[in-house]
Write a new protein. Structure first.
Ligand code: 5GP
Length: 236
């Protein structure tokens, strides 16, 4: 009987350790490569304005997020190696300053550290720190979202609006996969004096491309859209 009890206790403990290991090391199904439109970041930050009053006019990296199909906001904050800027070569750092700037407070390494800690650590078994940032930069370079939209005459405009599919279609045509768009609503204080059509429209904020487990092959993003599907989208 004693023997049976200790075996059960051992199995329970082993399972608990295994569970903790899986949770902390992060298991994921695919990657979301998230690019953001800096003017929207700055537009919605009314309490703490962006450090640069003239935000960049091109899509830049927000992050590369290992994600689960069952819960795309997981995993996050996994165990793993701490961020060390010196692990990134000077050449890569200067590339990241273009592709992955901190568009809110101007502290690029702190932004990279935050993204590595929250997301990168969860896929460290696939991409170490150097590879994680290198691969993200390559993804940014391989599809220039700003140019793809410009070629489809989708350029920042104070009053014009687009539908979700107007914006997705040209990206889909070039990447041959379905991206995801995310929008933000402008703060109420900025929409009071606008005509109703514009006051209710959402601002394009992020374009997400999805990659397979190895971060090598583009795949369709199959999450539900992060923009109201039936609502006009402004790009400003
Ligand atoms: P996540 O933490 O899941 O990567 O993304 C959400 C957070 O990223 C938000 O708190 C948002 O403010 C932050 N974020 C997005 N873009 C930037 C940026 O350019 N700089 C900084 N410092 N934070 C950013």
């Amino acid at each position: 009987m004693g023997m049976l009890k200790s075996s059960v206790a051992f199995l329970v403990l082993a399972f608990a350790f295994f569970f903790c290991y899986v949770m902390s090391s992060g298991s994921y199904d695919y990657f979301q490569f998230v690019q953001q439109w800096p003017p929207t970041n700055c537009r919605v930050r009314i309490k703490r304005p962006c450090s640069n009053p003239r935000p960049l006019q091109n899509f830049t990296i927000h992050g590369l997020w290992p994600s689960n199909y069952s819960n795309p906001t997981m995993p996050s904050n996994c165990a793993g190696s701490e961020f060390k800027e010196r692990k990134l070569s000077p050449k890569l750092r200067s590339k990241l300053k273009r592709s992955w700037p901190d568009v809110e407070s101007g502290n690029d390494p702190r932004f990279w550290e935050g993204e590595w800690s929250k997301h990168g650590k969860c896929s460290e078994q696939t991409l170490n720190q150097m590879q994680y940032f290198q691969r993200s930069h390559e993804m940014w370079q391989s599809f220039n979202i700003t140019e793809i939209l410009r070629n489809a005459s989708i350029v920042p405009h104070p009053t014009q609006t687009w539908t979700y599919s107007d914006i997705v279609s040209p990206i889909k045509a070039v990447t041959q996969t379905t991206p995801l768009l995310r929008c933000k609503f402008p703060p109420k204080s900025q929409t009071k004096s606008q005509p109703k059509s514009q006051a209710t429209s959402q601002l394009l904020h992020e374009v997400v491309l999805c990659y397979d487990y190895d971060a090598l092959r583009l795949i369709d993003c199959n999450r539900t859209a992060g923009c109201g599907n039936q609502q006009a989208i402004s790009f400003q």
